[in-house]
Every structure is written in structure tokens, then in C-alpha cells.
Design a protein around this ligand. Structure first.
Ligand code: ADP
Ligand code: ASP
Ligand code: MG
Length: 639
């Protein structure tokens, strides 16, 4: 007998018939000998309707009242699902988040879960009842018992958090698609269903726009080792398993705010190549990285800055031993890229040998803006200047001077309270094998009920045997049309600037992604300065502009520039590490159709390109096809 948490999304409970069908599925699961906790969302598009009502009344509705309003949607569905269960002869009880004891921080409309009391649920389960819990909501356990919500799409997070707190055998997310597909099937009809995906990959996809799972749900699954599957509530298909590595044991208090950083990593075997002033037109990145790939040179981080005038800067890092070859490629290409403008507008190649990459690794780095800000502040405190930044949900990396590496690592270890654990499971480690990054993917066992999930013991066994399933270079493609790009011109090039900017945004809970500092430096008033650009969620645009405009005036930075007609298209795959040619293929797909890339940012397992908003869907379709994800052209798999 297993304890299963089943979550049904809005469309799965969108009508009386759908609710009755959910009740039948739950009943069947109980009849098979399992205990079931059901988590439900509001019916259909109820939450959208409530948001609209609020905006019809107020331009900026009060956030506490928003929570009062939005939490009603889920209360309707729990009662109806519970009644439907009782109708099929299954004892059931509905409970709101507050009745369960789901306590959260006092952050209205985006609260994180701190703790879930399990006694009341367990009592009802022991009485043979199905417990139907309202997703997306909790309460603040201070004197006033305030109702909070977790953020749009947050019912997934409620479900996985409940599974962690109850130590459930697994958590099933039932939705309106057969599982996790290679991209959004509404945008690319040929998208293919995956059998499984690693939690790190899914974290990236979810935070880059794949709304099939709430990123925070994946974060909890990864941190607590919850076996998680996404399935269709219409069919009996197996769905997609999200596979997590063996978790580092952690307490169930401060569930969503407990430490985000598991490791500090460093790599001193890196060198940087920058190409300055390359023309801002389609095909440049494709040409450069196509040639780099043909030479079989493995590129680690790539950034391409916002354009300045008619030119861009592109910088990338390679393993030190390949620097000469990479430089030769860049130098050979630079003259071809020359525009016929004045001499100071000519493309130029700069290499830097003595660099190091320091990284903090864990889960939920973008979703928790304070984490990256703390990393930048820590480096600033010890006087380390940051040359390149790479952000992702599972890792934030900074390229710094090699000479600063030891100091930086020691400071980061101290700041994030990472102990040095020696050789077995070192918490601070030089970057080594790609799979060390991802957590070994082990073969899940097939459970007698046909579901597959990993137990701690079989995970340990297969790790000992060294069994690892192949990880494709590109697992999925995501599109985010809800981002805007901000750029701050002429920020002084000295330690502490990234800390200042992203600290200010983090103080207002604004998550930042795709951070890029221009490579070229301008001396203004005797101070070397660079531009810094990044993307944020559209809903944070107003607040971010206000904060940064004030800071820019006070601190003498240049203009703050907004572009709100962008789209971010990203590829994600654990196997792209040490696999030359993946980036080139993505850039070539865009170049062939004359799509200009405005920004490029990468991390070990993702590559994101910012393009014009009107080209977003086309870009997604082209990239999906280029990697053969529709099944026509199978990608080579690296083991
Ligand atoms: P629910 O109401 O069940 O929570 P959501 O609408 O939040 O459902 O999420 C399911 C939707 O996510 C799908 O209908 C699909 O359009 C979208 N989606 C985006 N990316 C993906 C992907 N990679 N795989 C599957 N679905 C995706
Ligand atoms: N009903 C909420 C929303 O629409 C929560 C969810 O569906 O996950 O965002
Ligand atoms: Mg959802």
C-alpha cells in the first residue's frame, strides 16, 4: 500500500463531468489499496476571472485582498471534488490550506511554504478517508492567521510540498497534456512526450517558461527526493517522471526557504575569448560558433551583450588548453565580420588566460533572487571583480581573475555555510564530470501498480553500480514571452556593482535572469564603465524601473533602458556539457531564417537567446525542429 498525492489542475476539474471523472480515478486508486491525498486547483479559468475582476475595480489591487479573492477559487473545487467522491461511495473530506496547517511566509501573492502540519491529514487518512486539499494557498501562523497564496500555478507546489511533508511514496500531477513534452504542444504540434527528465533539467525548463510544472514544485521534489510524475487526467498513459538525485537530508521546517545552495564549485582551467564590436545582424553567432564547433572546441559559457550602436560583443570561455585554437578561429573570423565603418568600429579579439569560474549550485536560484545577490555581495566584500555572470535555476557562476579564486571560494563557502566534506560527497568541488553536475540518473524501479519511482535504496544501488541513463544534449525547448529586458548604461567597472544592482532588486523580491555585462569598457569621467543588461518578469517591470532609476541618479550610472517587446527562447539538456556544436546548431537555426539574436546567455545545461517578441514562436518552432525533437532526426546521445 502506498501513500499517493494526486494533484488535479484547473482544466482537470473544469466541469461537473471532469470532477466526476477525477472522483472515479481517485476511487480506483484507493480501491487498489492506496491512501490518497488530493490537491486541486480552481475550476477551469476561475483564477484568471478573479484576477480580471480585481483589475476592473483597481489598477493595483491590494495584495492581501488579492489573496482573499484568489483563494476562493480552490475552496469551490475542494468541496465539489469531496462531494463527488462521497457520491461514488468514497469517504472524503475537504480542507483549506489553513485547515491543514500549511504555514507560509507573510508575503501576499507569492508566499513560500514554511511548514505543513501532517497530523490532521494523517488522522483522516487513518479513518479511510481521502483528504482533498486546496492547492495554491496557505496561512501565516502569526496572531492574525492571514490567508496567503503561493503565486500563479502554485498548486503544483502545494502538492509536492504535501508529498514531502507526508513522506508520500509519490506525487502525481494530473493535467491536460499527456506529460512533459519536448516543448509546449500548443505552440509546436509535433512536440514529443518524454518518459523522464532530470529535476535539474525540469527546473530550468519550468523557470524558462514551460508552465506544465511550477518551478518551485520541482525545487521541492529535488530537495526532498519526492518521486514526481506528470500525467494526463484524460488518459491512462504513463506520463513523464521527474528524476531527482539522492537528496542531501534536510529538515521539513522552512521547507521552501531553507538553504538554496548545496555546493560551491570552482574551475581554474578556463580562458576567455571576447569579440568586440561585431555587427548586430543575423548569422554572426552562428558563423563564429559553427566554426568553433567544426574545430571540435568545447565552449562553456557564452554571452552576447545588448547592442551598442550597430555592434555587439560576444564573449565565451573554453578550457585553457584550447585557447590558442579558439583565438585562431575568432581572429580568422573577425575580418570577415568587419563593417565598412571607421577604424574604431572594427571587430577586435581579446583573450584572457588567467580566469576562473566560481559557482554556487543548488536549486531555485532564480526564483530566490536573494541568493545570487548574496553571491555578488560576498565577492564584492572580498574585493573580487566579476567579469561574466551566468545564472540558472540550479547554478550561478561568476568568471573572475584566477588570482582571486581561492579568496572567492573561501568567502562563498563561509557565506553559504558550506562545509568542506572531503572526498566522499564533497560539498566544495572542482568541476569535474558532467554527470557530477546533474546527479546520476538511475533507472527507476517498476512498481507493482505499474508506476515507476525511485526509492532511496534502489537509487543507492544503481549509483554504486554506476548505472547512468544517456542524457540527450537537448531535452526540451521553452519560450518565455513574459519577460522584459532592462539595460543600465555606463556602470563603473569595479567590485560591488553587480551586488548593488541585484541586491536592490532582490530586496523587492524581483528575480533576474540572463545577466550580461558588455565586454567593452568605456572611460567616462576617468572611470572605466560597462553596460549591464538582464531580463526580468514583465510584472516586475514598473517596480524595477523605479528602483533602478533612483539608484542610477544617486550613483551616477547612465540611462536605464527598457525593451518590453522581447521573447526568450531556450534549450535545456543535461547532455550539452562538453558536447561541441549544440550552441552553433541553435544559432544556425535562427540565422537561416534571418532571426537576429539580441542577447545570448548560457549555463551548463541551458542556452537562452533573446529575440524580437514577434519572432518568438517562430524561433521556438525552428529550434525544436533543428534538434530533431519532433522525432524526425534523432539527436546523438552522449553517455
Ligand atoms: P494545470 O491547470 O493542469 O496546472 P497548466 O495550464 O498550468 O495546467 O499546465 C499545462 C500546460 O502547460 C499545457 O496545456 C501546455 O500548454 C503547457 N506547456 C508548456 N510547456 C510544456 C511542456 N514542455 N510540456 C507539456 N506542457 C507544456
Ligand atoms: N488556481 C491557481 C492559478 O490559476 C493555482 C494553480 O492553478 O496552480 O494560478
Ligand atoms: Mg499549472
Amino acid at each position: 500500500m502506498a501513500l499517493i498525492v494526486q494533484k488535479y489542475g484547473g482544466s482537470s476539474v473544469g466541469s461537473v463531468e471532469r470532477i466526476q471523472s477525477v472522483a472515479r480515478r481517485v476511487y480506483k486508486t484507493v480501491q487498489a489499496g492506496n491512501s490518497v491525498v488530493v490537491v486541486v486547483s480552481a475550476m477551469g479559468k476561475t483564477t484568471d476571472g478573479l484576477v480580471k475582476l480585481a483589475h476592473d475595480i483597481s489598477l493595483s489591487p491590494n495584495r492581501r485582498e488579492m489573496d482573499m479573492l484568489l483563494s476562493t477559487g480552490e475552496q469551490v473545487s475542494i468541496a465539489l471534488v469531496s462531494m463527488a467522491l462521497q457520491e461514488v461511495g468514497q469517504p472524503a473530506i475537504s480542507l483549506t490550506g489553513a485547515q491543514v496547517g500549511i504555514t507560509t511566509e507573510a508575503e501576499h501573492t507569492r508566499a513560500r511554504i514554511l511548514h505543513i502540519a501532517t497530523d490532521r491529514i494523517e488522522r483522516h487518512l487513518n479513518q479511510g478517508k481521502v483528504v482533498v486539499v486546496a492547492g495554491f494557498q496557505g496561512m501565516v501562523s502569526a496572531e492574525d492567521w492571514e490567508i496567503t497564496t503561493l503565486g500563479r500555478g502554485g498548486s503544483d507546489t502545494s502538492a509536492v510540498a504535501l508529498a514531502a511533508a507526508l513522506r508520500a511514496d509519490f506525487c502525481e500531477i494530473y493535467t491536460d497534456v499527456p506529460g512533459i513534452l519536448t516543448t509546449d504542444p500548443r505552440l509546436v504540434a509535433e512536440a514529443q512526450l518524454m518518459d523522464e527528465i532530470t529535476s535539474n533539467e525540469m527546473l530550468e525548463l519550468a523557470s524558462l517558461g514551460a508552465k506544465v510544472l511550477h518551478p518551485r514544485a520541482v525545487e521541492i521534489a529535488r530537495n526532498y527526493g519526492v518521486s514526481l510524475v506528470v500525467r494526463s487526467s484524460w488518459t491512462e498513459e504513463k506520463g513523464t517522471w521527474v528524476i531527482s538525485p539522492q537528496p542531501i537530508p534536510r529538515a521539513l521546517i522552512n521547507l521552501e526557504i531553507a538553504r538554496a545552495v548545496d555546493h560551491v564549485e570552482f574551475d581554474t582551467n578556463q580562458a576567455k575569448v571576447s569579440l568586440l564590436r561585431v555587427p548586430d545582424k543575423p548569422g554572426v553567432a552562428a558563423k563564429l560558433f559553427g566554426e568553433i564547433a567544426r574545430q571540435n572546441i568545447d565552449v562553456d559559457l557564452i554571452i552576447q551583450s545588448i547592442h551598442d550602436g550597430n555592434t555587439n560583443d560576444i564573449a565565451f570561455t573554453v578550457i585553457s588548453s584550447t585557447l590558442n585554437r579558439a583565438e585562431a578561429v575568432a581572429s580568422a573570423i573577425a575580418p570577415v565580420l568587419r563593417s565598412h565603418r571607421e577604424a574604431d568600429e572594427q571587430a577586435e579579439v581579446i583573450v584572457k588566460q588567467e580566469i576562473a569560474k566560481v559557482s554556487i549550485a543548488g536549486a531555485g536560484m532564480i526564483g530566490r533572487p536573494g541568493v545570487a545577490a548574496k553571491m555578488f555581495a560576498t565577492l564584492a566584500e572580498v574585493g573580487v571583480n566579476i567579469q561574466m555572470i551566468s545564472t540558472s535555476e540550479v547554478k550561478v557562476s561568476c568568471v573572475i581573475d584566477n588570482a582571486d579564486c581561492d579568496r572567492a571560494v573561501a568567502a562563498l563557502r563561509h557565506a553559504f555555510e558550506i562545509e568542506q566534506r572531503g572526498s566522499e560527497g564533497a560539498a566544495i568541488c572542482p568541476l569535474s564530470s558532467p554527470n557530477a553536475e546533474l546527479g546520476a540518473i538511475t533507472d527507476p524501479l517498476t512498481h507493482s501498480n505499474g508506476f515507476r519511482y525511485r526509492t532511496e535504496s534502489n537509487a543507492a544501488d544503481t549509483q554504486t553500480m554506476g548505472v547512468q541513463l544517456p542524457v540527450p544534449p537537448v531535452r526540451g525547448v521553452a519560450l518565455d514571452m513574459n519577460q522584459v529586458r532592462l539595460a543600465i548604461r555606463q556602470v563603473p567597472d569595479r567590485a560591488g556593482m553587480a551586488a548593488k544592482i541585484f541586491g536592490l532588486l532582490a530586496d523587492h523580491n524581483i528575480s533576474v535572469d540572463t545577466i550580461i555585462q558588455s565586454q567593452r569598457c568605456r572611460i567616462i569621467d576617468g572611470i572605466p564603465r560597462r553596460d549591464i543588461a538582464f531580463t526580468i518578469a514583465r510584472m516586475d517591470k514598473q517596480a524595477a524601473m523605479e528602483i533602478l532609476n533612483v539608484a542610477a541618479t544617486e550613483l551616477g550610472w547612465g540611462e536605464v533602458v527598457l525593451d518590453d517587446v522581447i521573447a526568450k527562447v531556450s534549450i535545456v539538456g543535461g547532455g550539452m556539457v562538453r558536447q561541441p556544436g549544440v550552441a552553433a546548431k541553435m544559432f544556425e537555426a535562427l540565422a537561416q531564417h534571418q532571426i537576429n539574436i539580441q542577447m545570448i546567455a548560457t549555463s551548463e545545461i541551458k542556452i537562452s537567446c533573446v529575440v524580437a517578441q514577434e519572432q518568438g514562436v517562430k524561433a521556438l518552432q525552428l529550434i525544436h525542429a533543428a534538434f530533431g525533437l519532433a522525432g524526425s532526426e534523432k539527436m546523438q546521445v552522449s553517455v
